[in-house]
Design a binder for this molecule. Structure first.
Ligand code: SME
Length: 170
């Protein structure tokens, strides 16, 4: 009986994770039906910021003229331009890989747009094998981001890439 209850608990947890994940991603998909890039990404940044408790910044950096330029976001005013060789965002661009940083103070070259930030999740947006931008999220507590957020933002990044192609954003 105890074993059965344990199995039910595990299944319920897995289902909860699955559906909770997909709610944010479904919301993002709906917002990406808007064909204007600034309007759509503004709403996506708001959806991410509202869904993730304990975050102080959520938004986009977009590749323009050989650097990362600030896109739609929620949070305090941030650095407007980031060179490819600087910061967490620069590393995300260069490696085309997710940067999940548990302690930004221990990351050499971290750019502190907001001195409250303690952890960060940066996810590349890849279109036709080219990084065209990034989703960037900051939190005021260490180790805020787990595999759950990484998985959700990878899905969001893929959906944004599809929207880029569909709406001819780049
Ligand atoms: N922390 C980033 C800069 C962008 S802000 O977090 C909004 C970095 O180190 O690249």
């Amino acid at each position: 009986m105890v074993q059965l209850l344990f199995i039910c608990f595990i299944l319920a947890t897995l289902c909860y994770d699955f559906f909770m994940n997909s709610i944010l991603n479904q919301q993002i998909c709906a917002l990406l039906e808007e064909s204007d890039m600034i309007a759509a990404l503004s709403n996506v940044s708001a959806a991410i910021k509202m869904s993730y408790a304990n975050t102080n910044w959520a938004g986009f950096y977009l590749v323009k003229d050989g650097e990362l330029v600030l896109g739609p976001f929620q949070g305090k005013p941030a650095c407007t331009r980031i060179p490819f060789d600087k910061g967490v965002c620069g590393k995300c661009y260069r490696t085309k890989e997710v940067q999940r940083i548990d302690d930004v103070l221990a990351f050499p070259g971290h750019i502190a747009c907001d001195s409250d930030s303690r952890s960060e999740l940066c996810v590349p947006i890849i279109v036709n094998n080219v990084c065209i931008g990034e989703i960037d999220i900051d939190a005021p507590i260490a180790s805020r981001f787990s595999e759950k957020e990484e998985k959700e933002m990878l899905q969001a990044s893929w959906d944004i890439a599809q929207a880029c192609l569909q709406h001819h954003w780049f």
